[in-house]
Design a protein around this ligand. Sequence first.
Ligand code: FES
Length: 274
Amino acid sequence: MKILKKSILADVSGLRIVRIDIFAPEIALKAQAGQFVVVMADEKGERIPLTIVDKDINTGSIQLIYQEAGFTTQILSRLKVGDSLYALVGPLGHPTEIKNYGKIILVGGGVGIAEILPVARALKQAGNQITTILGSRNKELLILEEELKNISDRIYIMTDDGSYGQKGFTTEMLKDLLSKDKYDLIYAVGPIPMMKMAAMVSKEYNTRTLVSLNALMVDATGMCGCCRVSVFGDVKFSCVDGPDFDASGVDWDELEKRNKVYSVQEKHICKLKL
Ligand code: FES
């Protein structure tokens, strides 16, 4: 569980996106696209789920990417190369269903781009034609463009402020593409409002859409109920039933509310301890 490498992918006014390679040979052997690990940075830290972005069986390492978005990720960032995580569990969750669907659109927003990379690789290997839409607030916060360019047949970049690619949201480009051509699957990962909008747009064009949900987790083994989501009216747990779900069935408003439950405490702890 030692940190082998660490690099900063983006750093804009203190908003950093960090990549770490961790020595975890057993996880590297088994991990498949779409799966995640749960990380505890220190003994008293909370547990956070992070997608396995890449793995290297030869070095026995896995690669994780996270944005410093709160107290725990900032604690994680204090660890240096050579330090060890307190705990690491995985691979968890169902792998993304990989097969030859045909024509696929991948939509990645913000740090969600890291989550579509392993899925893009696997879907390309399965023979799919890949169109990728990446979105970020601005040019500096865009990550993994080269890696996804190499995998994709076509790629579109959207930035909120127009500093790179086209000005606008990923879902505007999604709507544009769907209005011109037929696609067999959409896979979208990013902020909840983005995934919710992707679900609405794809429903309009009757195209199946999968999303990887970033619900809050505690034990990540289906025991605590923290990651509960409603999908087609049924109660599901993101950790053991997901993280991929059919976007058209997700109760987005409920998920949005549940993910904000600790936002006040989070700000309070950050002020107290950092
Ligand atoms: Fe506890 Fe999923 S994190 S049930």
